[in-house]
Design a protein around this ligand. Sequence first.
Ligand SMILES: [Zn+2]
Length: 353
Amino acid sequence: MKAIKTAIFLGGGASAAEGAPVQSELFRDYWKLVRQKPELVDPTMLRELEDYFGEVFGLEIRGAEPDAVLFPTFEEALGVLDLAVRRRETLKHYDLENISRDSNRIGFIRQYLVLLMAAVLDHPAGSSKALHRRLLENLRQEDALADTVFLTTNYDLLLDRALAALPGYEPDYGFSGLMAGKGRPANGRTVELYKVHGSLNWLFCPACNAVDVTLREAGAARLLTGSRHSHCEACHSVVQPVIVPPTFFKDLSNVFLGVVWHQAERRLQEAGKVIFCGYSFPDADLHVKYLFKRAQTNRTRTLKFSVVNDHPGKKPGRVEEERNRYRRFLGSEVDYTELSFEDFATDPLRLYR
Ligand SMILES: [Zn+2]
């Protein structure tokens, strides 16, 4: 096998550069979607989420202007429930499973929050600059695509769709060996894409222990409509999206995600360089940091790092804070560039040298 030379790691900023909503604005964007396209929203889910934000965070969302509501972050809304589950405690009005038949409201709200994210990411409001497409086209023209592996924390399908739009190409998510013959494209070329927090187009059947990949659409969004596609073709069980936000990390028991992490680590150990795009190296992502620390230390050749995370209007204080965060963890040699994702997508090879 040919050694992979460069790993491109995409964070939320890369998707934001192409118009996708950022994590901190997910709730606001969801309630804007509720107003604009109510037909896309499940009424039970909406009512439950409005009750949750009302009862736990004191927010009156019904009838309010989404821009005027001070929402908690996605991590906060999810993290509170996740800790309750982990400690086997409850919040007033929000119980775990018990002998009451309609119990486990916490479990439902957790799922609704994940589906909310799927709905928002599947209907981005922003304009698209097709930067992922541009990046891939340029890498292919320079014959560098075969020497590139992609990793991402993003659940959205911007890179997946851009890859599938290249004639003859498909993403290889790393778990095709587990998929009983239907994982690999028959005659196409694959580009490795490791989505370490899961993906909107991976639907997991817990009975079959199988994942169905819906390449060009966000399968998770189908679950919102309750269509027949929300059931496993083989056993008719209800499928679940494989989406694991950092607060959920104990759920890494999912065998598919375990394989993704294992393959990602192996590729990083073979890589000569990592280019971070739109990723701020947040403190909360300790699992990601651990992945890079292992790849950096368990090798003979030095692993080089470049960071691409500038955008118009970024405050100098934030730049310095972020640069320090990278350098204190990965070393003073980290090449912290002044490039935006658009600059990089336009001429990616400048960082390959
Ligand atoms: Zn099944």
